[in-house]
Design a protein around this ligand. Structure first.
Ligand code: COA
Length: 260
């Protein structure tokens, strides 16, 4: 698939996917969501990719939201389908990938942009970043998981304030809320994402997937996270990565994980 709205580059086990519609502040139209789904799927299925970084092109926006021009005249049924398809193709899809995803938030992350960052497993931001879920100012609510993931990440009270006021918070506040793990200059943002990705890529891909599954389970209705942890813990013992990791420790050498 050749991409019109995104870029995807892989180096040293790390795939960087960039939303590339800078003139529209990288807003997510349906074509971009399809392309992102394809790029994330390909990266996840590639054994040579151990971490995915998602960012936006230019120095102004990560993603300024879903493309408002595209849904402005939608009906109730179309609105519901926009949210459910988007969640299935991108937001839930990213959150449940077996490959870890780092969002490098390089400017505005609004609406679907913040929801995409929140679907990622780790978030870092540049000091010019601004984050918010302004949907109620448009007469709608966050539909790509924002009403669920924002309270999970920053607590119900803060999430309600952000969503009901439609306000934006700056990078410093996002850091203090725990919405992002680190802030840095714009120039250092991708290098920092690579530094974190490189640390992750040295660990067992099988164990990393198991950890993501176990952690996500704790946030799923009707699923006991502790039980899932036991299952995933046990599964690790059947992997070549586990044999390599424990053997390497006993032989006092670095493990060379194959992700098997
Ligand atoms: N959907 C569609 N187009 C968008 C967009 C979005 N979510 N966000 C920005 N754009 C477009 C603008 O329409 C404009 O296009 P144009 O040059 O063809 O008119 C271009 O991107 C630049 O945006 P502009 O508003 O001129 O930049 P700004 O610096 O004045 O303001 C923002 C930046 C982010 C504050 C403002 O663009 C904004 O509020 N965007 C919408 C955010 C939002 O509500 N997101 C949630 C959607 S559910």
């Amino acid at each position: 698939m050749s991409y019109q709205n995104i870029l995807s580059i892989t180096n040293d086990f790390i795939c960087t996917i960039t939303v590339n519609r800078p003139k529209k502040l990288n807003a997510l139209n349906s074509a971009t969501i399809q392309e992102l789904h394809h790029a994330f799927k390909q990266a996840d299925e590639d054994n040579n990719i151990r971490v995915i970084i998602i960012t936006g092109s230019g120095d102004k926006a990560f993603v300024a939201g879903a493309d408002i021009a595209e849904f402005a005249d939608f009906s109730v049924v179309e609105g519901e389908s926009l949210a459910s398809q988007g969640q299935a193709l991108l937001f839930d899809y990213v959150a449940n990938l077996s490959t870890p995803v780092i969002a490098a938030v390089n400017g505005f992350a609004l609406g679907g942009g913040l929801e995409l960052a929140m679907a990622a497993h780790i978030r870092i931001a540049s000091d010019n970043a601004k984050m918010g879920l302004p949907e109620v100012s448009l007469g709608v609510i966050p539909g790509y998981g924002g009403t669920q993931r924002l309270p999970q990440l920053i607590g119900k009270g803060r999430a309600l304030e952000m969503i009901l006021t439609a306000g934006m918070i700056d990078a410093q506040k996002a850091l203090s809320y725990g919405l992002v793990n680190h802030i840095t200059s714009l120039e250092e943002l991708i290098p920092l994402a690579h530094k974190i990705a490189s640390k992750i890529s040295k660990n067992s891909p099988m164990a990393i997937t198991a950890a993501i599954v176990a952690i996500n389970a704790g946030y799923e209705d009707g699923v006991n996270g502790f039980d899932e942890e036991v299952t995933q813990f046990g599964k690790c013992f059947g992997t070549a990565d586990f044999k390599e990791g424990t053997q390497a420790f006993l032989e006092k050498r670095k493990a060379n994980f194959k992700g098997e």
